[in-house]
Design a protein around this ligand. Structure first.
Ligand SMILES: Nc1ncnc2c1ncn2[C@@H]1O[C@H](COP(=O)(O)OP(=O)(O)OP(=O)(O)O)[C@@H](O)[C@H]1O
Length: 352
């Protein structure tokens, strides 16, 4: 597999402050790669260095094997779609998409051909003469993507492009963007603080924290096997506990709950358990499953996301447990005691 982008130890300092701290990674050609992180972690700065708007303090950046040192933004084979889309409101759809090609002074026929082809690909045939201000948010999004892709970049950089849309449209656009990227085959590098966007759309996700990457992985691995406590806490929901003792394969949480977790070769300080990892009323013959007695404190009804808040009787920790909305637990009531299981592999332990 060839890399369309290769970044080696890239660092960006603003005065004494290090916004991006020696980050290295590669992106496969034709992949959907997301950079996921909270506000201020350095995502935009990293994207701006790839685009050439910001010069790296240290490190190297290659696109299709070619060093980008000293290459200005307009000469790089990348394009950006910004959150505000930056479309030309006075122009119709066709003119917006044609703009970059006209600036390259391509022959008229070729411009027309490429614009038509691109509008077909993004599903905007019939909208050519519409003003962009008359389009829906999702359609405008597609115009912005078409306008960038028509220039045939090696990489399309997307800077939180769904951030300004309402929730329903965002959910819809997540699927559209994923499908569109696979159809078109251009590499997408997508930055977002929204984990669901990153997980749903990407082939690979880098979780960024304070200027560095914590983990680069497939969405499933990131979720199932977080390598650091930051990733365990940031990606998906989790119950987090401090661990005060680990001896003879037994973890002891801050409030005194004891759980068997043999085989750790380090002294854990933190324990994470996903709400959906718990098995309600498990059959007693399940192997490698810790059984915990709990008391239901509250049922937090939220459709498919419904949870119970429960208290672990031995140790007094509170946990959130997913409650499937099938007929099985219809009768569960607050105050009721129940047995809950969790597989030992789902007890995620970290050094710090
Ligand atoms: N030109 C600049 N001068 C000084 N500091 C900057 C500059 N640009 C960014 N920073 C700082 O670098 C850090 C990372 O900023 P960046 O915009 O990359 O974060 P981000 O992860 O994109 O956050 P957000 O999601 O809020 O946009 C922030 O602390 C920011 O204040």
């Amino acid at each position: 597999m060839s890399y369309v982008l290769e970044i080696k130890n890239i660092t960006k300092k603003f005065g004494d402050f290090t916004a991006v701290d020696s980050v290295s990674f590669t992106v496969d050609d034709g992949g959907f790669f997301s950079i996921l992180g909270g506000s201020g972690c350095g995502k935009t700065t990293l994207l701006r260095m790839i685009a050439g708007f910001e010069e790296e303090t240290e490190g190297e950046l290659y696109i299709r094997g070619e060093s980008m040192k000293g290459i200005p933004p307009e000469k790089r084979p990348v394009n950006i779609v910004f959150q505000n889309l930056a479309l030309f409101p006075m122009m119709n759809v066709e003119k917006n998409v044609a703009f970059g090609l006209q600036r390259q002074k391509l022959p008229r026929q070729e411009v027309k051909h490429r614009v038509t082809e691109m509008l077909e690909r993004v599903g905007l045939v019939g909208f050519e003469k519409k003003k962009v201000t008359d389009l829906s948010g999702g359609q405008r999004q597609r115009v912005a993507i078409a306008r960038s892709l028509v220039l045939r970049p090696s990489i399309l950089l997307l800077d939180e492009p769904l951030g300004a849309l309402d929730r329903k449209l965002r959910e819809h656009m997540k699927i559209e963007l994923k499908v569109l990227q696979k159809e078109i085959g251009t590499t997408f590098i997508y930055i977002t603080h929204d984990q669901s966007e990153a997980l749903v759309m990407s082939d690979s996700v880098a979780v960024m924290n304070e200027g560095h990457f914590e983990q680069i992985d497939t969405p499933k691995n990131l979720y199932k096997n977080p390598k650091t406590s930051f990733v365990a806490g940031f990606v998906g929901e989790s119950n987090e506990f401090s661990v005060t003792d680990y001896r003879d394969g037994i973890l002891v949480t801050g409030s005194g709950c004891r759980l068997n977790k043999p085989g750790l070769d380090f002294q854990p300080r933190k324990l994470f358990m996903r709400p959906e990892a718990f098995i309600l009323n498990p059959s007693p013959d399940l192997e490698n499953v810790e059984l915990i007695d709990m008391k239901v404190k509250a049922i937090l009804f939220d459709g498919s996301n419904t949870k119970i808040s429960a208290n672990i009787l031995d140790g007094n920790d509170d946990v959130l447990i997913s409650l499937p909305q099938n007929a099985q637990f219809e009768d569960l009531r607050e105050g009721e005691e129940l047995k809950v299981g969790i597989h030992r592999d789902d007890l995620k332990c970290y050094r710090d």
